[in-house]
Design a protein around this ligand. Structure first.
Ligand code: FES
Length: 66
């Protein structure tokens, strides 16, 4: 599933980057470009980071954006 349409970055790549040590949105953006254009994918990136650290979605709005 594509997460960042601006840079054509999928959820598998985001998960791979997080597993490889990228632990914030800025680092993910530096590595693959996700979140560095329109910003429309930032809620999904944030939710994925929280979920990967066991915190779950912070709000229903972000969960819906997922
Ligand atoms: S959809 Fe990710 S920066 Fe636009």
């Amino acid at each position: 599933m594509i997460v960042c349409h601006c840079h054509r970055v999928g959820s598998a790549e985001i998960s791979r980057l997080i597993a490889g040590g990228c632990d914030d949105i800025e680092t993910i953006g530096e590595r693959c470009g996700a979140g560095t254009e329109c910003g429309g994918c930032l809620p999904r990136l944030a939710a994925t980071l929280r979920e990967s650290h066991g915190f779950g979605a912070a709000s229903p709005e972000l969960a819906e954006a997922s």
